[in-house]
Design a protein around this ligand. Structure first.
Ligand code: ZN
Ligand code: FE
Length: 260
């Protein structure tokens, strides 16, 4: 049954993906900021929505939850520590979320928001699966709205420790703009150059660059590479005082905030 399941990024707004996993009969969705793309997919595929999982409280991730719950009776799972559309099952690090016959481990990944969580399934269709919301993006990471650089770095370390084959399902198609920044940090990284060319080609056809893989992210994502000499040197060259005082990761995050 597992191999018949499908993983689909439903585009929403200008650059969100609502990830849908389904077995041809039952479905789960992640971070439905808008109900309509999900309702359309359910109808086209003839699916029953079993569960809605939410990583954090931002409206582009929660805006469709109440409407979907009312329309389908789906179970809602979300972070224990954030304001959420009630009722829901509240989860935090160490909890398990069982749905569609799969078991998702919950990680606390504060930084983008204070109570942000991620969902990790050890084996689905031969490889692990990660729904990481706005914590980890391909070639980037979320902005620090409610957390410190140290918290975000620890959260990214948790995710970065996952197996190579882990499929990384992020909530935004930010890959090309993240890659522009990543190439400014590491212009000589050949894997980064190759991946950029691949992603440019995908986006030219309006195809998603996601899911990524953890093996790839460790090779190209500057925010997972802040302890690598070339990345530390780039942070230092960008802002020596901040790199000295706050470290390479905080410097990279600030540099990215200001980068155009
Ligand atoms: Zn967000
Ligand atoms: Fe978002």
């Amino acid at each position: 049954i597992e191999s018949l399941m499908k993983l689909i990024p439903l585009p929403a707004f200008s650059d969100n993906y609502i990830w849908m996993l389904h077995d041809g009969r039952r479905a789960m969705v992640v971070d439905p900021g808008d109900a309509q793309p999900v309702l359309d997919a359910l109808q086209i595929e003839g699916l029953q929505l079993e569960s809605i999982v939410v990583t954090h409280h931002h409206v582009d991730h929660t805006g469709g939850v109440a409407e979907l719950r009312d329309a389908t009776g789906a179970q809602v799972y979300g972070p224990a520590g954030e304001e959420m559309p009630e009722p829901l099952t509240r989860l935090s690090g160490g909890d398990v979320c069982n749905t569609l016959g799969l078991s998702f481990q919950v990680f606390d990944v504060p930084g983008h928001t204070a109570g942000h969580i991620a969902f990790y399934c050890e084996a689905w269709d031969g490889a692990p699966l990660l729904f990481c919301g706005d914590t980890l993006f391909s070639a980037g990471c979320g902005r620090l709205f409610e957390g410190t650089p140290a918290q975000m770095l620890a959260s990214l370390d948790t995710l970065s420790a996952l197996p190579d084959a882990t499929r990384v399902c992020c909530t935004h198609e930010y890959t090309l703009s993240n890659l522009k920044f990543a190439l400014a940090v590491e212009p000589d990284n050949q894997e980064l150059q190759q991946y950029n060319a691949q992603c440019v080609a995908l986006r030219a056809q309006n195809l998603p660059t996601l899911p990524s893989s953890m093996a790839l992210e460790r090779k190209i994502n500057p925010f997972l590479r802040s302890r690598i000499p070339a990345v530390m040197a780039a942070a230092q060259a960008h802002d020596a005082a901040m790199a000295l005082q706050s470290g390479a990761f905080a410097t990279l995050r600030q540099w990215k905030n200001d980068y155009r």
